[in-house]
Ligand binder design. Sequence first.
Ligand SMILES: [Zn+2]
Length: 134
Amino acid sequence: MDWLRTFMRERYGIDRLSIFLIILSIALNSIGNLLKMPILGLIGYIPLGISIYRILSKNTTRRKIENYKFVMFMDSFTAWFKKTTDNIIMRIKDAKTHKYFSCPTCKAQLRVPKGKGTIVITCPKCRTEFKRKT
Ligand SMILES: [Zn+2]
């Protein structure tokens, strides 16, 4: 394995972005096979090629920046996804007891108890008052 160590010495190696690209490639190939769409399999070689290029690249600074941007993007995407799904789950759990309205002025989401008739809702963010039937 010495030849491999020598070969890889000045090269960038593997990181999260490369692993993601390899998984994307495998996924595209599998979906292409399942749907009998060989074009997807061919497209799947693009992320694989990029991944191999990055692993063998000697421009480590550039590869680190790419990986950093990717990690930052994935972290914010994961946070957004979790927030959105938590919100949906809460609304499903709340459906019998609460209603949701968006403020006509600032679009803030307001949660009010159900079955109180027509009430005046005051937005806690912008103080706009509006009537809604609960
Ligand atoms: Zn408001």
